[in-house]
Design a protein around this ligand. Structure first.
Ligand code: NIG
Ligand code: FE
Length: 402
């Protein structure tokens, strides 16, 4: 197989002990879908240099690993711009949800949309995220809230992953809100959702299981029943935890060895300790924090001190985070939560991958997938610095440039 050489670039490998894992005068060698060599161009072994077919001269541009958006609700119908106005006029997110807006209004629009429409809309959003460097994305169900409609969401997500040059991981999020069919009967809804999960797992629609553990979502006891089922099926779990209040969901998730707990604005010291002990990633979602005008900050310093890995994601959804840029999510994570630009890039690459249970991407290293980005910037800290803008020159997925 002939090799492809990306040369005359600077590399933020995020590997090794150096800040950013930076390499000047860098080169990156790709065979098919894998990176086979990374280093200074002058050190490229002669036997590898002899096998180079194509060369890309990058004139000093920076290469980073491809970005991983490990928490999105990308598939849905309708928008909620009116709720944005209502919140600006003083209503809270919880008040809107209790008044029948919120997740349930997106549920209605999603149920009414055809699969073709859901696919078309999700593809347009994905295109925006890709323009900003995303090569791996997670997509949740959670706006169908019935067997048929949850399955439709996951089928649309699967199809998107097959048709687009991106890796897409799905999460089953039926425990997102209580649908009208089960009003005042949350436990019966959980019973039904457990059966749906088995069915959808049989059809290979589910990579992981998620839930919204909250006053306006589901209780710790209800989520525990879901997690027991996930364990029986051999599926990893994750949780929307302590976003609006401290329910202790993170401790439950930690007991089940969760891949990640996400949001975490109201996380307690006991929650931090539990996540540290179980190796659970903290997924920070500064888009939702900003969009909902939250003031309670997640305990980032304590998480960092306890050694909990910090990921950053968009949480793209129509109600609490209509954010379509990972670099803007990185900026917001620095601005609101005090991450350093290097932490933000790590959170958007290898730590985000870890939150999905993926260890073959997120660093520029021989053996890793050849998913990477070429940026027209002078330093990778700029990825967190700019408030918007498009700095991506090329996105490479599985060794192939767009
Ligand atoms: O991650 N927190 C719960 N779920 C979403 C919001 C969904 C919505 O409002 O439509 C979130 O922020
Ligand atoms: Fe979410």
């Amino acid at each position: 197989m002939s090799l492809v050489l990306w040369r005359d670039c600077r590399l933020a490998t995020l590997d090794g002990d150096q800040p950013w894992g930076a390499i000047d005068n860098g080169a990156l060698l790709v065979a098919g879908e894998r990176i086979v060599w990374v280093g200074e161009l002058t050190r490229l072994p002669a036997e590898l240099a002899a096998r180079v077919g194509d060369e890309h001269h990058l004139h000093g541009a920076w290469i980073t690993p491809g970005l991983v958006d490990c928490h999105t609700h990308l598939v849905y119908g309708g928008l909620r711009a009116k709720e944005f106005e209502a919140r600006l006029a003083g209503m809270s997110y919880e008040q809107i949800a209790r008044a029948g807006g919120g997740i349930k209004s997106t549920m209605q629009a999603t149920r009414l949309a055809s699969e073709m429409d859901l696919l078309r809309l999700a593809r347009a959003r994905l295109a925006q995220l890709k323009m900003d460097g995303v090569t791996t994305i997670e997509v949740k169900s959670g706006y169908g809230l019935s067997l048929v409609d949850e399955a439709r969401m996951l089928q649309v997500a699967r199809r998107l992953g097959q048709e687009e040059n991106v890796e897409l991981q799905t999460s089953f999020l039926a425990l997102h809100a209580l649908p009208p069919e089960y009003a005042d009967n949350a436990d019966a809804y959980v019973d039904a959702a457990l059966q749906w999960l088995s069915r959808m797992h049989e059809h290979h629609l589910v990579d992981a299981v998620d839930a919204f553990c909250e006053r306006i979502g589901f209780s710790v006891a209800q989520v525990e029943r879901l997690f027991v089922k996930a364990r029986e099926l051999g599926l990893p779990v994750k949780l929307h935890a302590e976003q609006l209040s401290d329910q202790g969901g993170s401790q439950l998730a930690a007991r089940f060895g969760a891949l990640s707990c996400d949001h975490l604005e109201h996380l307690s010291p006991a929650g931090v300790a539990a996540m540290a002990a179980s190796g659970t990633v903290a997924v920070l979602l500064p888009g939702a924090f900003q969009f909902l005008r939250e003031t309670q900050l997640p305990p980032v310093a304590q998480l960092r001190e306890a050694g909990v890995p910090l990921a950053v994601a968009t949480d793209h959804n129509p109600g609490s985070s209509p954010l379509l840029s990972m670099t803007l999510a990185m900026h917001l994570a620095c601005h609101h939560f005090g991450l350093s630009p290097e932490e933000a890039l790590r959170g958007a690459t290898h730590v985000g991958a870890q939150a999905l249970g993926l260890h073959d991407r997120g660093r520029l290293r021989a053996g890793q997938r050849a998913d990477f980005c070429v940026w027209g910037i002078d330093h990778p800290r700029e990825l967190s610095y700019w408030l918007g803008g498009r700095w991506l020159q090329q996105r490479v997925f599985a060794g192939r440039a767009d």
